[in-house]
Design a protein around this ligand. Structure first.
Ligand SMILES: *Cc1c(COP(=O)(O)O)cnc(C)c1O
Length: 380
């Protein structure tokens, strides 16, 4: 038997000009935020997605915090969020004193179930946060129609979905606001980073101010005011240009990165469907009208026990597979907001059974084949 190294779940290695751009940024002497590389990232993203204004942030978490500030959310307001998501989707609003209202997910795409929204809406509902799980679009037609009708803001947590589309339109281009993550585990990464996408142009000026410590420094840089001063509340949400340099290289390589991720995803899907049918596992469901971003390949196993045995089976064969979100409504914090067992049955069932396979930009064919072989040796 050959001895193999363990295949990690994720690995964030450079794919193009990262080191060169980073060196350029370092040697430019202008490594603070909003330098030339940051501007190039802004232009690339807003051009590629057709979003009026894009602002790099220090993380997706911080971009979400900016959304709560921009929407002027107050203590007592309510925001509808999926229970099946990362904590930041919710924490950003909780920090403003907002009460999160947890919605269950659809059993097919594992996205926020739009059919639940009418029953969860109250006169205090100010926003809904669809998370495009695994980079497959939420049912944005229904969500946008309901939000428009009820005067509710839509904030897309698009951490997984950059360059995915729903009915031909880019994810992140629907809500008044949308957020991206460039954390090392995402499709495009600079270690830690994020972006705020602003589709509602009336929010652009205030977003620039909040991000620049409550000052009109952005206007000053554009020559629109002759000195900058304190004009609103704010914080520091802009990343160093060093990080933007690394990110720009990743974004410029987007076609290569996405093509590679797609090839891995399709190899898994093509090679695992027969095995899945024979052992009661379910592969991801991607509706016809969704072009996914190939962020993740997950399997839904028949039970928690089988899932745990499957993870151990893969670990013994040098393959790192991991579970994902625990239901937020059942977490200690979620329970403080009234979350109870049974509130979100699909979330509760899925989170026990879901397992994610390794998928990263620099994963080679041999590693993909080893994962397929290890998975198909599992008999359930
Ligand atoms: C990764 C992630 C975040 C947080 O991103 P950071 O950039 O690490 O703050 C938020 N929401 C979702 C759905 C994520 O997957």
């Amino acid at each position: 038997m050959t001895v193999h190294s363990t295949i990690p779940f994720n690995c964030a290695l450079p794919v193009g000009q990262e080191a060169q751009y980073l060196q350029e940024a370092l040697l430019s002497g202008t490594s603070a935020g909003d330098g030339p590389f940051t501007r190039r990232c802004h232009d690339l993203l807003s051009g590629a997605l057709g979003v009026p204004r894009v602002l790099l942030t220090t993380s997706c978490t911080h971009a979400l915090e900016m959304c709560a500030l921009l929407l002027d959310l107050q203590p007592g307001d309510e925001v509808i969020v999926p229970s099946f998501t990362f904590v930041s989707t919710v924490n950003a609003f909780v920090l403003r004193g907002v009460r999160p209202v947890f919605a269950d997910i659809r059993p097919d795409t594992l996205n926020l179930d739009e059919a639940r929204l009418p029953a969860l809406r109250t006169p205090k509902t100010k926003a809904v946060v669809p998370v495009h799980y695994a980079g497959v679009g939420c049912e944005m037609d229904a969500i946008m129609a309901l939000a428009r009708e009820q005067g509710i803001a839509v904030v897309e947590d698009n951490a997984h979905g950059l360059f995915g589309r729903y009915r031909g339109r880019w994810l992140g281009a629907f809500g008044a606001l949308a957020t991206q993550s460039f954390h090392a585990t995402k499709n495009f990464s600079c270690g830690e980073g994020g972006a705020l996408l602003i589709n509602d142009a009336s929010l652009i000026e205030r977003a620039e101010i909040l991000r620049e410590k409550g000052t009109d420094r952005s206007k000053f840089f554009r020559g629109q005011v002759d000195k900058y001063t304190w004009v609103d509340m704010g914080s520091s949400y802009l990343p160093s240009d060093l990080l933007a340099a690394v990110l720009l290289a990743q974004l410029e390589a987007r076609e290569t990165i996405q093509a590679r991720r797609r090839a891995i995803w399709e190899t898994y899907a093509g090679n695992l469907c027969g095995w899945a049918a024979s052992c009661g596992a379910r592969l991801p469901i991607v509706p016809e009208h969704c072009e996914q971003s190939y962020h993740m390949f997950y399997l839904l196993m028949p039970s928690l026990e089988v899932r745990q045995a499957f993870i151990a089976h893969l670990r013994a064969r040098g393959v790192t597979a991991v579970f994902h979100y625990q239901p937020l409504h059942l977490s200690p914090m979620g329970r403080q907001f009234g979350g109870r067992q049974g509130d979100c049955p699909v979330t509760e069932s899925v989170s026990d059974r879901l397992v994610r396979l390794p998928l990263y930009n620099t994963m080679d064919e041999a590693a993909v084949s080893r994962v397929v072989a290890a998975v198909t040796e599992f008999a359930g």
